[in-house]
Design a binder for this molecule. Structure first.
Ligand SMILES: Nc1ncnc2c1ncn2[C@@H]1O[C@H](COP(=O)(O)OP(=O)(O)OP(=O)(O)O)[C@@H](O)[C@H]1O
Ligand SMILES: [Mg+2]
Length: 444
C-alpha cells in the first residue's frame, strides 16, 4: 500500500477512535449525572420528611419538587408513594440542543443504551415512603452527545487534515529521490548504463546516489571490457578459421588433387593390361573426389570465399543454396535482399553472415520447420536482418547455448540489437539491427 495512503488512513483511524472514546465517556457521564441527580433529590426529600416530622417550616405537601432544577431537558422525576397514594411527576420541557440525526441515533443505540431510568426507595426512619424514579430523556442525551461529537469532529477533522497535508507534502518532498532512483534502476534494467543519478541534498539519498553511480560506472567499464574482449575473440576466431581454411585448401586440397591426378594416371596406364589395378585406381579417384567435395564444403563453412571475394550477398546466396540442396525434401528456403550489401564494413558483413549461418543451423537442429525466410534490408544508416521459421518454437528460448550467445556477442560490440520473438502461429523470429552511422556504427 502507498505510504501516503497509510498515513491518511492512520490519521482517520485516530479520528474514529477519539470519536468512539468521546461517545463512551459521554455515555458514562450521562449515567453518572442521573445517579447524582437521584442522590440529590432523595436527600432533599429526606430533608422535607425531617421538617414534616419535626413540624418546622415547609407548608407544601410532600413531595415538594419545586427545588428541583433539571439539568437535562425532557427529564422527569416521579414519586410513587408506597400504598395507595397518587404518583407525582415533574418534567422539564426546555430543549437546548438541536436533535441528533436519525442515523446517529441508530448507530449510538447499537453500542449504548441511552437514558436508563434510575429508581430508588425513599426510606426515612425505617419507613418506606415510596419510590423515587428519575427518567432521563433519550432524545436529550443523544442530542447532547451529537453536539459534543460534532464539535470534536469539526476541530479534530480540521487538525488531522492539516497535519496529513503537512506530512504528505513533507514526505513527498523527502521521498522524491526514491522515484528518481527507481527510474534510474529501470533505465539500467533496459540496458542504459550511461544513466547517472543527481547529487541529492539529503545526506542518506546522496550516499545511495553515489553508490548507484559508482555501480553503473563499474558495470559500464566491465561491459566495455567484455565487449572489447568479445570483439578480439571473434577477430581471433575469424583469423583462426581463415588460417585453418588456408591450410586445408593448400595442404589437403593440393594433396588430394595430386592423389586424384595420380589415380587417373594409374588407371589410364593400367588400362586393359591390369584391369584390377585400373579398377582400384578408379576407386581411389572416387574416394579422393568425395574427400575434395567434403573439404570444399568445410572450407565454405570455415570462411566462405565469397565473403572476401564477392561479398555478403553471394555468400548468403551460396549458404542458402547449400541448405536447399541438403533439405530440399523437407524445408523451403527464401532469401530476400534489399539494398546494396557491397559497401558494408567487413565486421558487419561477417556478423550478418555468422548470425544467418547459426540461425539456419538452429532451424535444422531444433525447429522441424517447413519454411525459412531470410530478409536482409540495407539502408544508408542501418542494416536489418530477419530470419523467420515456422518451426515448433512456441516461446522464446529461455536457455541459451553457445549459438545464441555468440550471435548476441557479435551484435553488441557493433552497437546493434538482437531480438527474439515468436512468429504466427509458431516458429522463431530472429531480428538483428545494426547501425551504420559514423558516430556509433562500425568502421571496416
Ligand atoms: N529456430 C529455432 N526453433 C526452435 N528452437 C530453437 C531455435 N533456435 C534455437 N532454439 C532453442 O534455443 C536453444 C539455444 O540455441 P543455441 O543456438 O544457443 O544453442 P544450441 O543450438 O542448442 O547449441 P549450440 O551451442 O551448438 O548452438 C536451443 O537449444 C533450442 O532449444
Ligand atoms: Mg545453435
Amino acid at each position: 500500500m502507498h505510504l501516503l495512503f497509510r498515513i491518511v488512513a492512520a490519521a482517520f483511524l485516530c479520528l474514529l477512535l477519539s470519536g468512539g472514546l468521546l461517545l463512551y465517556r459521554s455515555d458514562r457521564e450521562a449515567r453518572q449525572a442521573v445517579q447524582d441527580a437521584v442522590d440529590q433529590i432523595s436527600q432533599r426529600l429526606e430533608l422535607q420528611l425531617l421538617k414534616l416530622s419535626t413540624g418546622i417550616g415547609n407548608s407544601n405537601p410532600f413531595p415538594d419538587f419545586e427545588f428541583w432544577q433539571p439539568q437535562s431537558a425532557g427529564t422527569c422525576v416521579e414519586f410513587s408513594p408506597a400504598g395507595a397514594g397518587t404518583p407525582r411527576q415533574l418534567c422539564s420541557n426546555v430543549d437546548p440542543f438541536a436533535p441528533a440525526p436519525p442515523w446517529f441515533e441508530r448507530l449510538y443505540q447499537v453500542f449504548f443504551t441511552p437514558a436508563v431510568p434510575v429508581a430508588r426507595a425513599l426510606v426515612y426512619h425505617r419507613h418506606n415512603y415510596g419510590t423515587l424514579t428519575l427518567r432521563p430523556s433519550a432524545r436529550w442525551q443523544l442530542a447532547a452527545t451529537w453536539a459534543q461529537l460534532r464539535a470534536l469532529m469539526e476541530l479534530s477533522g480540521v487538525t488531522v487534515l492539516s497535519v496529513c497535508l503537512l506530512v504528505v507534502v513533507s514526505i513527498r518532498r523527502a521521498l522524491h529521490p526514491a522515484g528518481v532512483i527507481v527510474a534510474g534502476l529501470r533505465a539500467i534494467q533496459q540496458g542504459d548504463l550511461d544513466q547517472r543519478l543527481p547529487i541529492f541534498r539529503l545526506h542518506e539519498w546522496r550516499n545511495i546516489a553515489q553508490a548507484f553511480n559508482q555501480l553503473t560506472a563499474g558495470q559500464q567499464r566491465l561491459l566495455n571490457e567484455r565487449q572489447a574482449l568479445a570483439v578480439r575473440l571473434m577477430g581471433l576466431q575469424e583469423e583462426e578459421r581463415a588460417g585453418l581454411a588456408r591450410e586445408l585448401h593448400d595442404e589437403f586440397g593440393q594433396s588430394l588433387a595430386a592423389i586424384n591426378a595420380l589415380a587417373l594416371a594409374i588407371s589410364q596406364g593400367a588400362g586393359s593390361r591390369c584391369p584390377d589395378v585400373a579398377a582400384d585406381a578408379g576407386r581411389i579417384r572416387t574416394i579422393s573426389q568425395h574427400m575434395l567435395a567434403n573439404i570444399r564444403d568445410l572450407l565454405r563453412r570455415l570462411r566462405p570465399a565469397e565473403l572476401d571475394e564477392t561479398g555478403l550477398e553471394s555468400s548468403l546466396r551460396s549458404l542458402i543454396a547449400g541448405w536447399r540442396r541438403q533439405r530440399q525434401a523437407t524445408t523451403e528456403f527464401h532469401l530476400v535482399i534489399a539494398g546494396d550489401c557491397g559497401g558494408l564494413p567487413e565486421a558487419v558483413s561477417v556478423a550478418l553472415f555468422r548470425v544467418t549461418q547459426e540461425c539456419l543451423t538452429n532451424v535444422a537442429k531444433h525447429a522441424s520447420a517447413t519454411r525459412v525466410a531470410v530478409e536482409l534490408e540495407v539502408s544508408a544508416s542501418d542494416v536489418r536482418l530477419k530470419i523467420e521459421d515456422d518451426g515448433r518454437a512456441v516461446e522464446v528460448p529461455k536457455s541459451s547455448g553457445i549459438g545464441l550467445l555468440g550471435m548476441r556477442e557479435r551484435v553488441t560490440p557493433l552497437h546493434g540489437r538482437m531480438n527474439l520473438a515468436i512468429g504466427q502461429p509458431h516458429g522463431l523470429v530472429v531480428d538483428v539491427w545494426l547501425p551504420l552511422t559514423a558516430d556509433r556504427g562500425p568502421t571496416s
